[in-house]
Design a protein around this ligand. Sequence first.
Ligand code: ZN
Length: 251
Amino acid sequence: MSKRRYKRKKKQQLNKRKVGLAIIILLLIIIVILNNLNKRSNNYSAETINYNQPNKINKCIVIDAGHGGEEEPGCVFGNVYEKTICLQIAQKLKTLLEKEYSKVIMTRSNDINVYLNERARIANRNNADIFVSIHQNALENDTVTSGIETWYNPKKDTVSKLLAQNIQDQVISATNAEDLGIKESTGLIVITKTEMASCLVETGFLSSTIEKQKLISDSYQDKIAQGIYNGINAYFEQIENAEEVYNGNNV
Ligand SMILES: [Zn+2]
């Protein structure tokens, strides 16, 4: 081989290597871009249709722990504050719901006051499927009356009553508390200004000597949370069955 031909061949080999290297770099760039696009679409769907949580039911539930902060303690009996028990039960309920449902939102997660209108706005902003508010009752000069009742607004929609009834039934069966039934109110802001099925559970009387002791105990709070959770599940099942019947009739 002449020196010139050798040089030319060497140059051709070098060019081939450069082209090869460029192709590899280009492929790497394409892989990185595709990877990023994939990540971005996964993040997006986590907030909307939850492809990231295929085993969870795609519903948004808002839990409202009643009262909160210095200025809104709710009923106070000695060192027992309604706002504290509401939050404890709400947190237990959240833990249960998060295993089953894709989106669970608390209107407050610590000891702060959130205005009633804002609590409703949180649910409306998030297009929640249901809103459940947790409270305790109290009576003046009465240390005996006890039991659980659930409030809903009959003027708002037809599904809130169903939610209230399911939660009431399941909380009673989980706790064996006195059943005070479901009750109607058009004056409670959180169950009126929310634009979805909503109810407010009075989980017992802090004025009752016996029920107060139960309400502060971890195991009784577990029962209440489990009851509300069972009621929510039963409600969604009923709604789904009703929709199937409705759709079937229209085919
Ligand atoms: Zn209250």
